[in-house]
Design a protein around this ligand. Structure first.
Ligand SMILES: Nc1ncnc2c1ncn2[C@@H]1O[C@H](COP(=O)(O)OP(=O)(O)OP(=O)(O)O)[C@@H](O)[C@H]1O
Length: 740
């Protein structure tokens, strides 16, 4: 993407503002032209740049490089927030009043803002698919899979297209839209891309959970748990994680694409929307949809490494000039709150982008929004800002404001880190050490050639020196001579190793033989010492593994205790009883989303989806529905799980924990056995005694439950473990990997 590090030198409306950004290596024309921003000056080219999709690439390479799989705590590499600009077309109202375009993207990443009429489409023809393909979101998703904490947020005035960019036009899911519709927004497309990528990672096991909240009038509301009695949630500071978090937020385990789509749909249905003069469906709240991605990867020696990445999709409410929107009453109050929190966000961005005030105070605590975005803006995350603008001349001052924001945000530096369990980090570093020692050991053995022919000429260090010299093209014999090593007759080099010419051994005199034996003994004791060290490291690893197992067992017991307590607690008292480690489950799962994720994934894998040039799975536009859609959609199959796919027809497991050939978790065998005994997934009715979701007495029912029961009662039933009396059991969480 283009680079935008603008030095603004004047921005009064009426003056023509031109900004040039570097060309993009990957943008299509429309998006390429829409990514530059503003100011008044020339921007550095992408090759110099920070904050572009290509720099995301670099970040990733850097962070996952030699040091990268570990948390690079000592790393001093920083990255800038990535910024792209999206411009919507003129809307009907603007066309009716013959509003003119004031924005143009002439190419090479430049953006021109001008009071004079700018002919052209201004980059407004950019489609959602282009945004996915060229904004750097895919890279962000890849990084989230690799354990980074990533955020995409849309910023812009009201009616500029933020919600359209993230989720598509209003009521998209209510209208029976095709899963391949061009209208689907970035989140939908990202989910498909995410599941595609996950399927390709054969070496890893994944657990996905999702949450969806809104900040409405400075209150945090769980969009997956909307109810009349629901209190606003609290934003608290976690000492352990050194960050803000929302207490008691529902986290839904999403083992299938459908689950993620269901979360998206339910959140969209529940979020606060109202009509005003500039937008019929204006978001009255900021929303944050988070997908947590826990991955387990098998390392050497049977050790499993866990990484916790996540991706946040943030749809900010738009700034409003209340005179223009004609807001009054409730809408006016909402507008004031929106503007206030955006102002705090603006102050934080300004403070963070001013490198002279590097260690100055950043007022994150002044709003809930900034508390929750603190880590994305200046912490260890990777962030993409999509600045949404209107091309209409009547909005020129708001457009300039947005572009100024974007320009400032671009200067913010973050320090992306993969956060890993400290125990696993130790294990990984020990493993690396062991493998290095092993290599060295093998190397030494090769040099000394302990087989029947080998005895060393010199100590290992000297041998290494000789070998390095040989690797550099110096003749070995010459090197030995050059460094003062007295060549012993009968010893010659062969492909980097020293070998004894047995025949010549006989010609050695006693002194030379004694010297040879001494050298051999020295090397031999060296090797023995190293082997001893290797054994010690290996013993430490085993001990560490034991510790991890014990810790897991302890946590399992703790979880069980909590479950027991919760089971005996009235729902009203739950909020107080649960600590932030405990995840309640929303009754919205099971829910069958309007779009069938399985069909979507199958289509994308089988090529039924038409990709634009350069597109990859996930960057679909549209094509006819696959012929199998009606029949295959009768069964929900975990797309991550081949065996389940083959056994289509049997009820799939929602836990993703290995039932029916599903993914297994890598706890010690004894614990797995214990879990098997207690597993509740096998019989839903065992726990609920009700026969399915939404049928429990006193349980909260939502629109999906009803719709899905009507549509497909079997599906709903089969994927709903542990819901009793409107409250989901926590037991399924036992089967998820334990986070420290
Ligand atoms: N790129 C686009 N192409 C076509 N229509 C668009 C585009 N962007 C926005 N729109 C339409 O413009 C209207 C306003 O967009 P949207 O609701 O996304 O704005 P917003 O920035 O989220 O506003 P608010 O802050 O008030 O919520 C919607 O009807 C939307 O579908």
């Amino acid at each position: 993407m283009g680079e935008r590090r603008a030095n603004r030198r004047g921005d009064s409306p009426g003056s023509r503002e031109s900004v040039r950004s570097g060309g993009s290596s990957q943008g299509s024309d429309s998006l390429n032209s829409s990514k530059g921003f503003t100011g008044h000056s020339t921007l550095p080219s992408s090759s110099e740049g920070m904050g572009s999709a290509s720099s995301l690439d670099q970040t990733m390479t850097r962070s996952l490089g030699s040091r990268g799989s570990l948390c690079d705590e000592g790393a001093d590499e920083c990255d800038n927030i990535n910024v792209v600009v999206r411009c919507r077309p003129l809307n009907e109202k603007e066309k009716q009043r013959c509003d003119e375009m004031c924005l143009r993207f002439p190419g090479e990443g430049q953006a021109w803002v001008n009071m004079d009429n700018m002919n052209g489409t201004g980059g407004a023809e950019t489609q959602s698919e282009d945004v996915l393909a060229h904004s750097g979101v895919k890279r962000l998703l890849d990084m989230a899979i690799d354990g980074f904490s990533c955020t995409v947020f849309c910023y812009g005035q009201t009616g500029s297209g933020k919600t359209h960019t993230l989720t598509g036009p209003p009521h998209l899911f209510d209208n029976g839209t095709s899963m391949f519709s061009e209208s689907h927004g970035l989140i939908f497309r990202s989910f498909v891309y995410l599941f595609n990528q996950i399927q390709n990672r054969d070496d890893m096991e994944f657990t996905l959970t999702a949450s969806y909240l809104e900040i409405y009038n400075e209150k945090v509301i769980d969009l997956l748990n909307i109810g009349t009695n629901t209190k606003p949630l609290q934003v608290r500071w976690s000492k352990k994680k050194r960050g803000f978090f929302v207490e008691n937020l529902f986290e839904i385990e999403c083992s299938e694409l459908d689950d993620l789509l269901a979360v998206l749909e339910e959140g969209l249905r529940n979020r606060a929307v109202a009509s005003h003069n500039m937008n019929e469906y204006s978001s009255r709240s900021h929303t944050i949809l988070t997908v947590n991605i826990t991955s387990e990867q098998k390392a050497d020696d049977g050790v499993y490494l866990t990484k916790n990445g996540k991706i946040n999709f943030v749809d900010l409410a738009g700034s409003e000039m209340t005179k223009k929107t004609n807001s009054e009453g409730k809408t006016l109050e909402e507008a004031n709150n929106i503007n206030k929190s955006l102002m705090v966000l603006g102050t934080c961005i300004a403070a963070l982008s001013d490198h002279r005030r590097k260690d100055g105070h950043i007022p994150y605590r002044d709003s809930k929004l900034t508390k929750l975005l603190a880590d994305s803006l200046a912490g260890n995350g990777v962030t993409l800002m999509i600045a949404c603008v209107s091309p209409a001349k009547s909005n020129i001052s708001e457009t300039l404001n947005t572009l100024r924001y974007a320009s400032r945000a671009k200067r913010i530096r973050t320090k992306p880190l993969i956060i890993m369990d400290p125990k696993e980090k130790v294990i990984l570093s020990l493993q690396r050490e062991v493998s290095l020692l092993r290599e060295e050991n093998a190397h030494l053995k090769m040099l000394i050639d302990l087989g029947e022919n080998g005895v060393p000429q010199e100590g290992p260090q000297q041998l290494n020196g000789h070998l390095a010299a040989e690797a550099n093209g110096v003749d070995l014999a010459e090197h030995v001579a050059a460094v003062g090593g007295r060549p012993v007759p009968g010893i010659m080099s062969r492909q980097g190793s020293f070998r004894i010419d047995k025949d010549k051994l006989e010609t050695l005199d006693n002194q030379e033989l004694v010297k040879l034996v001494q050298q051999y003994m020295a090397s031999y004791s060296n090797i023995r010492r190293e082997n001893k060290e290797l054994q010690q490291v290996s013993a430490a690893l085993v001990k560490d593994q034991e510790l991890v197992c014990r810790e897991n067992e302890r946590l399992l017991r703790k979880l069980e205790d909590v479950n027991r307590k919760v089971a005996n607690t009235e729902p009203s008292a739950q909020n107080e009883r649960l600590d932030d480690n405990v995840c309640r489950r929303s009754p919205i799962i099971p829910a069958q989303p309007a779009v069938n994720g399985e069909d979507l994934l199958n289509a994308s894998l089988s090529g039924s989806i038409f990709y634009r040039s350069g597109g990859t799975p996930g960057s679909f536009i549209s094509r006819s529905l696959p012929s199998s859609s009606s029949s295959s959609s009768q069964v929900w199959v975990n797309p991550l799980n081949e065996t389940q796919g083959k056994n289509a027809g049997s009820a799939p497991s929602s836990s993703g924990t290995g039932e029916g050939g599903g993914r297994s978790h890598h706890l010690p065998e004894s614990i797995n056995k214990e879990l098997e005994k207690r597993r509740i997934g096998k019989s839903l009715t065992d726990l609920t005694g009700t026969g399915g979701p939404g049928k429990s007495s006193g349980g909260r029912r939502n629109s999906w439950d009803e719709r899905n029961e009507r549509k497909n009662p079997v599906k709903s039933k089969s994927i709903s473990p542990g819901m009793a009396n409107g409250r989901r059991s926590l037991l399924p969480r036992l089967l998820a990997p334990i986070r420290s």
